[in-house]
Design a protein around this ligand. Structure first.
Ligand SMILES: Cc1cc2nc3c(=O)[nH]c(=O)nc-3n(C[C@H](O)[C@H](O)[C@H](O)COP(=O)(O)OP(=O)(O)OC[C@H]3O[C@@H](n4cnc5c(N)ncnc54)[C@H](O)[C@@H]3O)c2cc1C
Ligand code: FES
Length: 428
């Protein structure tokens, strides 16, 4: 079996090729092979499949797995539920025709486009539902003080409203496999529980031999999002799910270990007494910036393998490290680059100064319908791939080292670093 890539307008397609050579002695009928491809890749009839016969003895079956590029659709709000005093969860109604486009993986997020006070804004929200054990598409939104999007959603959005919702994105996940026997260690703070709730429900449903420890930091008992649901799940799955609440100002008596903030000392103490450092640990971290930095620091100290650590930023970390990174990324020596931007198979050329607007702003300014959300290096919606030349990024909290090595960039942060640069939004 081999694989290839095909560029098609508005789609990213992966081609899976069965029986690629004349030497393959395959007796299977093309229909059976096609059915196998459907099964293996979880395709349904609404996705396209192409059959191509090439050469006399060679049959190639191409299943084109169409993964729609980030695209907005108008979805109706099916339900709004108050989760805490300052958090609501929102369910979207997805018509059957759009269901394949809104298939998602645990830990992924949706980007919502809203008009707030006459201004169009985009905000990303992680899915809290599980793609394996639930059919609904639910996000949870915590109100941020003076926050435009989160206040609008908490105070004004109502059932029956129609809102622009981008198809799911993000890589805050690891592959599920029923034969896995892992210990998922989830560190969440505040609204950072949202992707974790999706992940933990999915692990419970999809990996019977894996277990989970969730460490969840909050101000007090009342601010714990999904509190009752977590308690219920922990009761039902007591052998596989452990929830450790850490509260800054608990109202009820609580063990000393669970009191206070998730400082490096506290995280280390939790490792020593509750979590344990094991080779089968896989870590997920999402919450306020300082908490995430503390957990990262401890994981580094414990020499946790990098490929076992998954981090999701909800907002840019404004700290000394980021400021230094920004300063380092400032280009020395000015020049103007010939930049080609590819979207949906269409190319546009620009003369772009290396200290001028970003690749994303350039594309948006030229009316290219490129995907973006946060514009702050955290969500990765604006991901593109450098096909020729080089680009530098001012900040990056969303792409992994491997992705950067493969040439992927956050176009909202990217500037040309060579006199010729080709960036494509069409690469999967
Ligand atoms: C990939 C991704 C997934 C996300 N998932 C969720 C989620 O599941 N639930 C959720 O509630 N939010 C989530 N967020 C954050 C969300 O997108 C918004 O940033 C948040 O709701 C604030 O937007 P706003 O318009 O209300 O505030 P803005 O008007 O953008 O900002 C107002 C003020 O709040 C500060 N601020 C911005 N974001 C945050 C934040 N997250 N926490 C604290 N202060 C902030 C800003 O610095 C600013 O001073 C996610 C973000 C990303 C990138
Ligand atoms: S738009 Fe979010 S990282 Fe670029």
């Amino acid at each position: 079996m081999g694989s290839n890539d095909l560029k098609m307008p508005r789609f990213r397609a992966k081609i899976v090729c069965l029986m690629p050579s004349e030497n393959d002695n395959c007796q299977d009928s093309t229909e059976n092979q096609l059915n196998r491809v459907y099964q293996d890749y979880n395709l349904n009839n609404s996705r396209e499949c192409a059959l191509s016969v090439q050469g006399r003895n060679e049959i190639r079956i191409f299943a084109q797995i169409f993964q729609s590029m980030a695209k907005f659709h108008s979805l109706k709000v099916a339900e709004i539920r108050k989760e805490t005093a300052d958090c609501v969860s929102v369910v979207f109604e997805v018509p059957d025709s759009l269901k394949p486009e809104y298939k998602y993986i645990q830990g992924q997020y949706l980007t919502l486009k809203m008009k707030v006070g006459g201004e169009e804004i985009r905000r990303s929200y992680s899915l809290s539902s599980s793609p394996v054990s639930e059919t609904e598409l639910r996000v949870a939104v915590k109100k941020v003080q003076n926050g435009k999007g989160s206040t609008y959603i908490n105070d004004h959005l109502k059932q029956g409203d129609v809102i622009e919702v981008m198809t799911p994105m993000g890589n805050f996940y690891s592959q599920m496999n029923p034969s896995n026997s892992k210990h998922y260690v989830l560190f969440a703070g505040g609204s950072g529980i949202t992707p974790m709730f999706s992940i933990l429900k999915t692990v419970l449903a999809a990996e019977p031999k894996s277990r989970i420890t969730l460490v969840y930091g909050n101000k007090d008992e009342e601010s714990v999002i999904f509190r009752e649901k977590l308690a219920m799940l922990e009761k039902e799955e007591s052998a596989r799910l452990r929830v450790v609440h850490v509260l800054e100002n608990p109202k009820q008596p609580i063990a000393d270990l669970q009191k206070g903030l998730l400082t490096p000392e506290k995280v280390m103490a939790l490792f020593e007494s509750v979590i344990g450092v094991n080779g089968d640990n896989e870590y997920f971290v999402c919450g306020p910036g300082p908490m995430m930095e503390n957990v990262k620091q401890v994981l580094e100290k414990l020499k946790a393998p990098k490929d076992r650590i998954h981090i999701e930023y909800f907002s840019a970390v404004i700290d000394a490290v980021a400021a230094a990174e920004k300063a380092n990324a400032t280009p020395t020596g000015k020049f103007v680059s010939k930049v080609t931007i590819i979207l949906d198979g269409q190319e546009k050329e620009f003369d772009l100064a290396n200290d001028g607007p970003t690749i994303l702003d350039t594309a948006v300014g030229a009316d290219m319908d490129v995907p973006f959300a946060c514009k702050g290096a955290v969500c990765c919606t604006c991901k593109g791939k450098v096909m020729e030349g080089k680009a530098t990024m001012t900040m990056n909290y969303a792409l992994s080292d491997e992705e950067v090595e493969e040439g992927y960039i956050l176009t909202c942060q990217a500037h040309p670093a060579t006199e010729r640069l080709v960036v494509s939004y069409d690469e999967p």
